[in-house]
Design a protein around this ligand. Structure first.
Ligand code: GLU
Length: 427
């Protein structure tokens, strides 16, 4: 039975790289009907915080990466690490120095066959003896990770490329304890557009930031899955189930994977488009609240808001755009740009008054009826529909560009439309 783990150190946010490691472990476990374990590597008391642990757990939950066992915490297993370190010292494979327990590198060569990188071989003489337990009683990463992976029955260690150099050291400790060595798969680094390691200067790096920028967890999940892995199918959008079905470590791509925000945005737009408005409602609500456009849950006209989402969601890359593009549906008064008003509304006050009068007669206030009414009106006035339409659009939304006007008007409803047009007309 396959058993894998995600083993974050709770010293900061859950970064894109960590999330990708967690995701690949999860996909592999689900594909093999195995077990996915969460282990918090918090033995570095100076740097570990409960807060970081909480953010990491929140990030995993947001992505839907559920674990079958854990979270285990290294801080709860300190006596276990000591026990094995003492055994190693007693057997003459290590020694004590200044209160620390140290593993002695044996002579020879260490080889392993990485699932992604192939054979990796090093001469042991290039390694320094390994501190197992520091003089303050805490274990080091390289030691604790071996004890834990063994105790937890880990069959495959899937983690970032930056740990390749640690692997021979860990293998020597397995061998010293007479334990079976798991298989290793080191994932390629995630790079920025300039091909250097992804970092803050490339933009957002934590999962929480992407959540706050309005990415859907499903889209982020899909995007991360293709970051350094390819199913070999010419398509970009895959459901969770498809990814589970298709995933294999053999198809992990060895070269660094470039994090491309434009592609992520494109993918997010696809997911927003195909997500039902009812579901988007719950996701966009916090963004509306944040902007002060919804202040109390009580007087929410959910049916109206769902229609708004239906109309706006077609053109949005993120939930932030979905919130922002729907401003004039939620605000009592749209925000009007002075210059735009000067250019497009001044001098047309009389026209707008007449339009509002004509619209009074439209029943029911449906997009088809609105269109008929405005077409008629234009004809009678000897004007072009598109000129009237643009003036009306700006009067009711404050914007030059909106979803199809007659649908916007239907959604806003007769009362709001007439009130807004009248505001600019001659009283
Ligand atoms: N705590 C280590 C890290 O966050 C885990 C590495 C491993 O998976 O062995 O990098």
């Amino acid at each position: 039975m396959v058993r894998v783990r995600f083993a974050p150190s709770p010293t900061g946010a859950l970064h894109v790289g960590g999330a990708r490691t967690a995701l690949f472990n999860w996909l592999f476990a689900r594909n093999k009907k195995g077990v996915f374990i969460l282990r918090i590597e918090d033995s570095d008391f100076q740097r570990s915080t409960k807060e970081a642990e909480k953010t990491i757990i929140e990030g995993l939950s947001w992505l839907g990466l559920n674990w079958d066992e854990g979270p285990y915490r290294q801080s709860e297993r300190l006596d276990v690490y000591r026990k094995y370190a003492e055994k190693i010292v007693q057997e003459g494979k290590g020694y004590e120095e200044n209160g620390a327990l140290i593993f002695k590198i044996p002579p020879g060569e260490t080889t392993f066959n990485d699932i992604v990188w192939g054979e990796i071989k090093i001469k042991n003489e290039t390694l320094k003896d390994i501190v197992m337990i520091k003089s303050d009683g805490t274990p080091t990463y390289n030691f604790a990770v071996v004890i834990d992976d063994h105790d937890m029955g880990i069959t495959h260690v899937i983690r970032g490329e930056d740990h390749i150099a640690n692997t021979p050291k860990q293998i020597l400790i397995y061998q010293a304890l007479g334990w079976e060595v798991p298989k290793f798969a080191h994932l390629p680094m995630i790079l920025g557009p300039d091909k250097s390691k992804l970092s803050k200067r490339h933009g957002a790096t934590s999962v929480a930031e992407y959540k706050n920028m309005g990415f859907l967890p499903e889209a982020f999940f899909n995007y991360l899955a293709l970051l350094g892995w390819s199913p070999g199918i010419d398509r970009e959008i895959f459901s969770r189930e498809e990814l589970i079905e298709l995933f294999s470590l053999e198809r992990v791509i060895k070269r660094g994977a470039v994090f491309d925000i434009k592609k992520l945005e494109w993918m997010n737009a696809q997911y927003i488009k195909k997500t039902p408005a009812e579901k988007l409602y719950d996701l966009v609500l916090p963004f509306w609240k944040e902007r002060g456009w919804i202040t109390s849950e009580e007087n929410i006209d959910k049916e109206y808001l769902i229609k708004v989402i239906e109309l706006v969601k077609e053109r949005c890359k993120t939930l932030v755009e979905l919130a922002n593009f729907s401003d004039y549906f939620l605000q009592k008064e749209p925000t009007y740009d002075k210059i735009l008003v000067e250019q497009e509304i001044r001098g047309k006050e009389k026209l707008l008054s007449e339009v509002s009068e004509a619209l009074e007669g439209v029943n029911p206030f449906s997009s088809v009826n609105i269109e008929d009414c405005l077409k008629n009106f234009a004809e009678i006035k000897g004007l072009k529909l598109k000129d009237i339409a643009q003036t009306v659009r700006i009067a009711i939304s404050g914007k030059k560009v909106t979803p199809p006007l007659f649908e916007v008007m239907e959604t806003l409803g007769k009362e709001r439309v007439i009130e807004r047009i009248k505001r600019w007309g001659i009283v």
